[in-house]
Design a protein around this ligand. Structure first.
Ligand code: ZN
Length: 296
């Protein structure tokens, strides 16, 4: 597979949209959607340019892991360093591409660790024009949750876009297990919907959107997924809720079976709200995240 960027240029001048996949090497639906999109857009792009980077962190993809073989998470490594380790080089490459685009979409899933409720997210950008564009893109993408969170995070692809006032969104959907064709298709349609929003497509009727929740949360770290519902013990996690379920505080979230002497810990929902994500890897260490709840 070609690991470099794919550029689809139309005859008419217009904006450049950058689509990223494989920032995390164990998130496969985004990579497949990106490759399929590059084929679809060859005869569908009417205006502007689409640049697609199907595998941003190459060593992470080859290892089948979230992080690169240097141990680094690309989504914490931007703007990178072109003479650094592999992830830092890939981060430098993608950061350069971001600065050359007008709009950015970064496709993710929960990887092998988390199962996520489908969402299109953005940073609550201090610039009102950029924020308004991001809200429109996230809404157009058409996933059930539209989610704005604080603009403080560093090291993300979205941080590079933020600092350059480039409207940017990221999307998340499911994660573990075999490839889910419905996720691939949602991502293809979502990207086409955003392109249609900018009038960049020939003969395209936007897919019906299925937005159920729109949430904006200005709390610092509101978008940071790995810090919620911590495991009380080392053991095996058995979930009792699923993504998208509405839970009440105190409801049973799951059980931890601690070995070698089996001791069962019950874990309860720590708030009312929507099950945004749940841990899907059974083996868990104390203090690792078992999932997260979003107040809706
Ligand atoms: Zn990811």
């Amino acid at each position: 597979m070609e690991m470099c960027e794919i550029e689809i240029q139309s005859a008419q001048e217009g904006p450049t949209l950058l689509i990223l996949a494989g920032v995390h090497g164990d998130e496969y639906e985004p990579i497949l959607a990106a490759i399929e999109l590059s084929a679809i857009l060859k005869d569908k792009l009417k205006k502007g340019t689409v640049v697609i980077l199907p595998v941003v962190n190459k060593s992470a993809y080859y290892a089948g892991t979230r992080c690169g073989t240097d141990g680094l998470d690309l989504a914490r490594s931007c703007p990178g360093n072109s003479s650094g380790s592999s992830t830092l080089q890939d981060a430098a490459n993608v950061s350069k591409l971001i600065l050359e685009c007008d709009y950015l979409i970064d496709l993710h899933t929960g990887g092998q660790l988390f199962d996520l409720f489908p969402l299109a997210g953005y940073m609550l950008h201090p610039n009102k024009t950029v924020l308004a564009e991001q809200r429109k893109m996230a809404k157009a993408f058409g996933l059930p949750l539209v989610w704005g969170t604080d603009a403080l995070p560093e090291g993300r692809t979205l941080s590079i876009a933020r600092d350059a006032n480039i409207p940017a969104i990221y999307v998340e959907y499911a994660g573990p297990g075999p490839v889910k064709v419905n996720v691939v298709n949602s991502y293809i349609h979502g990207c086409l919907n955003v392109l249609a929003l900018f009038d960049m497509l020939e003969d395209y009727r936007s897919e019906v959107n299925d937005i159920q929740y729109t949430v904006e949360d200005h709390e610092p770290d509101s978008g940071f997924l790995q810090q919620k519902m911590l495991s009380p013990a080392d053991g095996i996690f058995v979930p009792k809720v699923f993504p998208g379920e509405i839970v009440k505080k105190g409801q049973l979230w799951g059980l931890i079976y601690a070995l070698p002497i089996i001791e069962t810990h019950q874990v309860y929902a720590d708030a009312d709200g929507l099950v945004l994500f749940i841990r899907s890897q059974p083996r868990v260490n104390k203090e690792e995240s078992l999932g997260g709840i979003l107040s809706v």
